[in-house]
Design a protein around this ligand. Structure first.
Ligand code: TPP
Ligand code: MG
Length: 770
């Protein structure tokens, strides 16, 4: 790390004021100046911004290096935009369109904002944790020679104090400790207020201990220089202030100098005389607001002193709404200054009416050059490196041979073959799993490619010559990152690794495995990864009641519906190994394609007979969401529509029923998600005059217009039943709509109506009601 230059405190203070003004004004403009077309409240968080302007000025105009990356507390988004406005990298037009259509977003967004946003934020806690995983990915890339040591940066999270209640932060802290992460700064905006009220005092005592026990250095920036000096000279006041409860502190900050005086006199009497005499009410209010997170000297000194790579938690005491009329008020979270308050604030900031948007409005002629130099220097430091990530050639992946296979076993086999092939793609794959590596069939890959740890870890069992199918040694050349059982961490790891191209200029192909039902456990983190356009392959296995004896707690029902509603994630559910092979290849291609997305494969442990293929014609259709495994006859009156692990039941029923129902078709659905997307996109296109039918329409129009469909899947029936709406065909949906239980497959398929008898009854039903 470079030694930091001496801070220009005066200029930094001016920058802070500019940020406080511009963020408040941007929000005010959107709510009170811009014309409202619909009368909806626009909103924004002036108090949450003012709480952080000094911290962010000290960071962006002093402490950050060119390779550092920041996750900004969601409600301080306008401050980030104000910084880029000062730097010249944000337009006035965007500021004026805050929270408007295609304007700057409420919360920093990598994909929608026009400024460089390192990490999206919004769902509190997730932006914090991703920085730890990004630092781990940085270590991974340097260890694998994909990144130079000199290009390393630091990962900074700006956190609200109430955000520290999010459990995912502690899950991540544990994982980060195991992996010995470094180069992380988490800076808490400790304003002691949440959304609803002031935060509880009790817990705060414990945070340092929690972090310290996980290897973090914690630095508390409680009082600013002036206040610290005054308290040193008046120790009784110091002791009293240290013990003041959060709610009292906030209330006094809101009430101001006279209230501070009255309360101090009441509690301390003569002991506080000297301090009170030396300050009039206004000076007393200013002194008591001089908390560490607002004192530029305190902030820059603390940042400059933490230049090693030890992960560091800064707890910066702040005032929520610092310098605004509702400073400290417990209800100020969504508070907005009214026009009169705003006019007063404008005057105190020295901004004249009409020059509100001028970047350096209110800065005196003498001070201007200093601030301009500061901004100019920061511009250089913040220039983004060009991210020229190489396109990786994706080889064909041969399907594993074998008459009977499960998709889960085939997945392990395909990865093993790829690992052995030595293809460059294999060197860029990084796998990860929350303690289900072996049980999701990643074991063979790990045997080939090893576990990743910065420090060597010997396989004690192997050394002791204890027989085991699984090698478990780690080095900094390994390609599997083993996680503890915390599914949210899996998704945050996939998010960080899936952004490696943009964050570090090197594309990784991350593959994460977990049990299908536990997707729900990390769902918001998965959504977060997709929202940022991170690219990865998620392999969820086993799934469904096909898991038989494992019972209802492990049998997933609704993940296909989750996938149907999740943007940025493509669901494929193969029945056969050769389908899986082309889907994995497609998933790798989508990871590297600028217009691609992530892929979710829902796999099964059920070993089933593979089908003979006459040719490869089915492949394109399978990748598009479905293909006719048994072509329907001309104008067929009915078809079985099946997905995934229950394909043998569909095939058997098809064979049995075909004698009585000539022309009966069997449609293998490989992605309800793609079929649905294509269907709705084609409709939208038709409204604009385009006539091309969607894949679902093309497939289903092979049947008679009024044909009946029996849909069958090991999951929520709604995953497929909607297909009836495509051409107005009748549907008898089969699937799982209540919790599963233990049992063998025959018993379970009979009880849950996924067997041949159920298909026969359902076909009879759709034919009878024709
Ligand atoms: C996961 C999640 N739950 C709830 C919210 C709604 N929310 C937004 S900010 C906030 C409180 C934030 O308080 P704090 O972290 O202390 O930030 P401050 O504004 O005080 O700086 C809440 C509950 C959210 N954004 N994300
Ligand atoms: Mg807070």
């Amino acid at each position: 790390m470079l030694k930091p230059a001496a801070p220009d405190i005066a200029a930094l203070k001016l920058a802070e004021e500019r940020l406080r003004w511009l963020s408040a004004w941007t929000i005010h403009h959107a709510n009170h100046v811009r014309e409202s077309a619909d009368g909806l409240k626009v909103g924004g968080h002036q108090a949450s911004c003012a709480s952080m302007t000094a911290i962010m000025a000290a960071l962006y105009f002093h402490a950050l290096g060119p390779n550092d990356r920041v996750a900004v507390k969601p409600h301080a988004g306008p401050v980030l935009h104000a910084i880029h406005y000062l730097l010249g990298s944000q337009s006035l037009e965007q500021l004026k369109n805050f929270r408007g259509y295609q304007g700057m977003q409420s919360y920093p967004s990598r994909t929608k904002d026009k400024i460089p946003v390192d990490f999206s934020t919004g769902s509190v806690g997730l932006g914090v944790a991703i920085t730890a995983f990004a630092s781990l990915i940085q270590d991974y890339l340097t260890a694998h020679g994909m990144m130079a040591e000199a290009d390393r940066g630091r990962f900074v999270a700006l956190i609200g104090d109430a955000e520290l209640d999010e459990g995912n932060i502690y899950e991540c802290l544990i994982e980060a400790y195991k992996h010995d992460i470094r180069n992380c700064w988490w800076i808490v905006d400790y304003n002691r207020q949440s959304l609803d009220a002031t935060s509880t005092d009790r817990m705060f005592e414990r945070f340092d201990e929690i972090f310290a026990s996980c290897g973090w250095r914690t630095i508390e920036l409680r009082y600013g220089k002036k206040l610290a000096a005054a308290l040193k000279a008046n120790p009784a006041v110091g002791e009293w202030l240290d013990a003041l409860p959060n709610a009292d502190h906030s209330a006094l900050l809101y009430q101001g100098g006279a209230a501070w005086r009255a309360r101090i006199e009441e509690d301390l009497g003569k002991k506080a005389e000297k301090l009170l005499k030396a300050h009039d009410d206004a000076a007393l209010a200013a002194l008591m607001s001089d908390l560490g997170g607002h004192c530029m000297e305190t902030l820059t000194q603390a940042f400059d002193a933490a230049q090693d790579d030890v992960p560091t938690l800064f707890i910066a005491w702040t005032v929520k709404g610092f310098g605004l009329p509702f400073a400290g008020h417990k209800d100020n979270h969504a508070g907005l200054m009214n026009p009169t308050q705003m006019a007063t604030f404008r005057e105190t900031m020295g901004v004249t009416e009409g020059s509100e948007w001028e970047p350096l409005s209110g800065v005196g002629d003498n001070a201007r050059p200093g601030l301009e130099v500061l901004i100019e220097k920061s511009r250089i430091a913040r220039e983004k490196r060009g991210r020229d990530f190489r396109r990786v050639e994706i080889p064909a992946l041969p399907a594993p041979t074998g008459d009977e296979q499960s998709t889960q076993a085939a997945f392990g086999r395909i990865l093993l073959d790829l690992a052995k092939s030595g293809h460059p793609l294999a060197d860029r794959i990084v796998t990860t799993s929350p303690d289900v590596t072996v049980s999701t069939n990643l074991g063979a890959w790990v045997n080939q490619r090893g576990l990743f740890k910065r420090r060597e870890m010997a396989d004690v069992f192997a050394q002791a010559k204890i027989a085991s199918a699984q090698k478990w040694s780690a080095s900094n050349q390994g390609q599997h990152i083993e996680l503890g059982i915390a599914e949210s961490n899996l998704f945050l790891m996939l998010a960080a690794a899936g952004l490696s191209g943009d964050l570090f200029g090197e594309r990784l192909f991350p593959i994460g495995t977990l049990y299908d039902p536990f997707i729900a456990r990390g769902l918001d983190s998965l959504n977060y990864a997709c929202y940022q356009d991170a690219r990865f392959l998620l392999v969820a296995t086993p799934s469904g009641i096909t898991l038989g004896p494992e019972g209802g707690a492990h049998q997933s029902i609704n993940p296909p519906l989750i996938a149907l509603g999740q943007p940025g994630l493509r669901h494929y559910e193969p029945a056969f190994a050769d389908e899986l092979a082309i889907m994995m290849r497609e998933a790798f291609r989508l990871i590297d394609d600028p217009a691609g997305e992530s892929t979710y494969l829902r796999l099964s442990t059920r070993s089933i007979d593979q089908v003979e293929r006459a040719n490869d014609d089915w492949q394109a259709d399978a990748l598009a969401g479905g293909y006719w495994l048994r072509e329907p006859g001309p104008n067929a009156e009915s078809a079985i529509v099946a997905m995934g692990a229950v394909m043998p039941e569909a095939l058997a029923a098809h064979e049995e029923l075909s004698a009585d129902i000539p022309g009966l078709g069997l449609l293998a659905v490989s992605s309800p998600d793609l079929l649905h997307r294509g269907w709705s996109a084609a409709q939208a296109a038709r409204w604009q005059g385009e006539r091309a039918p969607s894949h679902a329409e093309t497939l289903l129009s092979k049947l008679a217009p009024g044909a009946g469909l029996v849909t069958l899947c090991d999951g929520a029936p709604a995953s497929l039943s909607w297909l009836g709406g495509v051409l107005g065909q009748r549907v008898a949906p089969l699937g799982v709509d209540r919790f599963g239980q233990t049992g063998n497959l025959a018993d379970l398929y009979a009880a849950y109506r996924l067997d041949g008898a159920a298909i026969t009854e359902a076909i009879a039903e759709v034919l009878l009601t024709a």
